[in-house]
Design a protein around this ligand. Sequence first.
Ligand code: FPP
Length: 253
Amino acid sequence: MSAGQRPGVQAAGPSHVAVIMDGNGRWAQLRGLPRHEGHRRGLEALRRTVRNASDLGIEILTVYSFSTENWRRPAAEVSFLMTLLKHFIEKDLTELGAAGVRVRVIGGRSDLAPDLRRLVEHAEATTRDNTGMTLVVAFNYGSRDEIVRAARRLASDVAAGRIDAGAIDESSLSERLDTADLPDPELVIRTSGETRISNFLLWQAAYAEFVFTPVLWPDFDRAALEEALTEYRRRERRFGGVSEPSGRNVGVA
Ligand code: FPP
């Protein structure tokens, strides 16, 4: 079933929504709580958003949960975020699987602890054949790192004679990204009032619409998600004209 046929979603989509979940620290600070409490509540907001997105007919939800730059945070915070991912996979996998959600993790794997890597692989393998929403967790993810890794693969393929350097085109690179088999996001949402892309899906978001909301991530709820979708569709209508079946306008910069 396509997004256009699901209740609550107009034919205009978006079918792939990506979210920069920002503001956990500020949410905690405003309440005089430690930062990790903000992340813990951020995980609850993530669970809620997965349910809401699926309910609203979104086909792919990509969330930025740990960037390649986040390693610079205090060791205790890094370790807490690692534990949160572990916890999320271990505790939520059964429920996600039962809801038909397909889990994917993008980002560098070699820096992850072996037990976390195994968990990630297990989550992907056990949900691979699910047909509901795809949840893409960007963890230890940075766009520049992803593009560098793809360029390395391309260089090895050229060196091994599998591809001719002169034949390299956009799809040669995009096929080597972590998102190889995923369509580009049509909408990128960033919470907490910041208006940066912060090394997130630089290649994939080339034609995406951006919605910035002041809501801090732990407070992000169904109304905030619906507001972002409405804003996306309003822009679609305003710039209308020639549209692809996905609902994305073409020929409009
Ligand atoms: C940005 O807020 C948020 C993060 C770096 C982590 C995002 C993590 C979650 C939403 C919890 C779910 C986690 C996993 C691993 C599944 P910030 O800490 O930069 O907030 P601030 O800018 O207000 O300090």
